[in-house]
Design a protein around this ligand. Structure first.
Ligand code: ZN
Length: 132
C-alpha cells in the first residue's frame, strides 16, 4: 500500500498548491514538465561527466597542440557542468516546493509567481519583481 500512500500525499500537495493561484491541472502540467527536464538534464550530465573524464585521459597521450585543445574542451565542459549543477538544484528545489506546498510562491516575498512565468520557466523561484 506504499504506492497508495504516495499518491495520496502527492494529491494533498497538489490540492494545497491550488489554494494559491494555480489550478490543479496547471500544477500537474508544471510538475510533469519539471520531471521531464530533470531526466533530460541527468542524461546530459552523464555525457558531460564522460567528456571530462575522456579529456583527463587524453592529456598524457597527446601532443602540445592537441593538449591545448583538450584543455580548452575541458574548461568548456567544466563550465557546462557548473551550469548543469546549478540547474539540477533549481529543478530539485522546485519539485520539493510542490511537495512542501509552496510551489508557485516567490521564495523572497511570498507573492504569487504568475502562471505565464512558470509556463516558460517552471523552476522559477522568484515572482519576477524581486531581484535575483
Ligand atoms: Zn517576489
Amino acid at each position: 500500500m506504499k504506492n497508495g500512500k504516495l499518491y495520496e500525499h502527492c494529491d494533498v500537495a497538489l490540492v494545497a498548491c491550488m489554494k494559491h493561484h494555480l489550478t490543479i491541472d496547471q500544477v500537474i502540467e508544471l510538475r510533469t514538465e519539471l520531471q521531464r527536464q530533470l531526466i533530460r538534464l541527468e542524461q546530459s550530465m552523464r555525457v558531460t561527466e564522460k567528456a571530462l573524464q575522456t579529456v583527463e585521459l587524453d592529456q598524457t597521450a597527446v601532443g602540445r597542440l592537441s593538449r591545448i585543445d583538450s584543455l580548452q574542451n575541458q574548461s568548456l565542459s567544466k563550465g557546462l557542468r557548473e551550469r548543469e549543477v546549478v540547474r539540477l538544484s533549481q529543478l530539485r528545489e522546485a519539485i520539493s516546493r510542490i511537495e512542501k506546498e509552496t510551489f508557485g510562491l516567490c521564495i523572497a516575498c511570498g507573492g504569487e509567481i504568475p502562471y505565464e512565468r512558470l509556463f516558460v520557466v517552471p523552476e522559477a523561484p522568484l515572482c519576477g519583481e524581486c531581484p535575483s
